[in-house]
Structure formats: C-alpha cells, structure tokens
Design a protein around this ligand. Sequence first.
Ligand SMILES: [Cu+2]
Length: 201
Amino acid sequence: MHSKLSRRARLRALALAVPAAALTLAVAGSGVAGAATPTGTTDVISMELTQGKLKFVGPSSVTVGDQLEIVNKTNPKQVGPHTFSLVTKGSLPKTPKARKGCFAPKHICLSIATWHGFNPKTEQITKNPAKAGPAGWSTMGTTSKKGDSWFSGEKKGGHFAQEVTAEAGATLYYMCAVHPWMQGKVDVVAPVVPPLPVPTS
Ligand SMILES: [Cu+2]
C-alpha cells in the first residue's frame, strides 16, 4: 500500500512537471529549424550591379527569427532575372568550367530551375518561391535534394521576404542560377533570449 501511494505520488509529480517541461521545450524550440520566434528585425540581401559586376550584397550573419528580404536592385531588361537559391557549400559551382556547365543535366542551376517547376518547352516556372524543408529560409539544396529559392522575375524592383528558420550555428550558402558566379554565404546565429521572470509566489 505504501509503495502504491508512493508510485501514485510520483505519477502526480510527473503530471505536474509536464507543463513545465513543455514550456522548456517551447523555449528551446527557438533553436530548431521551422520553430523560430520572430525577432522583429529585417535583414536585406540585394542583387546589385557594381562596376560591371553582378553580385549579392548582404550581412555576414542573420538571427534565427529575423525576416530575410531579398531585393533585386538590378534591371532585368539589362542583366536578366536572378534567383536567390540556398545550396549546400559543395553544390556551389567553383570553377569557370563548372559555372559554364551549370545548366547541364544533373548540375545545380538546372536543379534549381526544377525546384521552381521550370518547363524547358515553355521556359516558364510554376513555383515561386520554391519551398523545401520547414517553412522559411531553412534548407540548402543539392542536385538531388530541393532547397529554398526565390526567382526575382522579369519585372524591375522585385523583392521577397520570409523568416530565417535554419538552425542557429548553420551557415547558409546561396547562389543565383542565372548568373552562377553570383554566390554568397551568411551565418545563422541564435537569438538573444531575455531572462525569464522569476516566479514570486
Ligand atoms: Cu543573377
């Protein structure tokens, strides 16, 4: 009997502990991909044409839960559209030869196009943004796995923002499938969590 009560007491204690544990998980969840708490901050990565060179210009780090906005500052009639595509470090075309052959079958530029539902016959895409993994900027793709990507379109002034939901500690590598020499990376850092109030009762 004593032992049974004791077990019941332990179960009761466990049941009481569950909401606290769930709360702990919810807070810890801010570091897990797809479960970011919005920070209220917007970071910008822009596509720019500077001294004849196309490049991405952006911060070296972003915080989980930030809005990350991609802004096309170039003229599509002049340089064509762009993509902002998350790809693994190993998927970035590193040599001039790799960049030239980027749209060949089983190469990353064509893969990015397929993430967008690209139809070679019509040369149209059907998915924009292309989404992979948890909602938000989270997933770097390869030639065999989809990643997150946005196509800037043929109109001037294109822009697109969504939340950074990649895990803190990750580095996101990105490239443009139209101009494969346009490449960049950004570190994802953990949000600064304010201390929880101490219960007074
Ligand atoms: Cu481009």
